[in-house]
Design a protein around this ligand. Structure first.
Ligand SMILES: C[C@H](O)[C@H](O)[C@H]1CNC2=NC(N)=NC(=O)C2=N1
Length: 113
């Protein structure tokens, strides 16, 4: 069951927008899967587990295609059986709703593996 956030559009923050407040971050985090946490109030982090390197690489490629399609890019750490993801908005050096939408989209891709 993926988060309804995955159905929202990925929209860049308004010009000059501030990062989300703690309460807004908590509200969106609540709507995400358990894989994610907010680190230092600055970015989202998750680690996805796989049977081997090939499966981790395939997932990495899928979320890379999502990032290119939405023009909103995570940091991705690929290792044997594991993909670490960090997600934040570079333009505001913090979290925006679009980061939580991307996280929900990545959860949906993982759930469909
Ligand atoms: C230069 C490029 O347009 C910018 O980096 C775009 C593309 N990808 C992005 N990805 C993320 N995570 N945040 C951004 O602000 C962002 N902006």
């Amino acid at each position: 069951m993926s988060s309804p956030l995955a159905d929202e559009p990925v929209e860049p923050p308004e010009e000059g927008a501030e990062p989300l407040s703690e309460s807004a971050r908590a509200e969106y985090l609540d709507a995400l899967g358990d894989a994610w946490e907010v680190v230092d109030g600055h970015h989202l982090e998750a680690t996805y587990e796989f049977d081997d390197f090939a499966a981790a690489l395939a997932f990495t490629n899928e979320i890379g295609e999502l990032a290119e399609a939405e023009w909103h890019h995570p940091d991705i750490h690929l290792s044997w059986g594991e993909v670490g993801v960090e997600m934040w908005s570079h333009d505001i050096d913090g979290l925006a709703k679009s980061d939580f939408v991307m996280a929900a989209r990545m959860d949906r891709i993982y759930a469909d593996e």
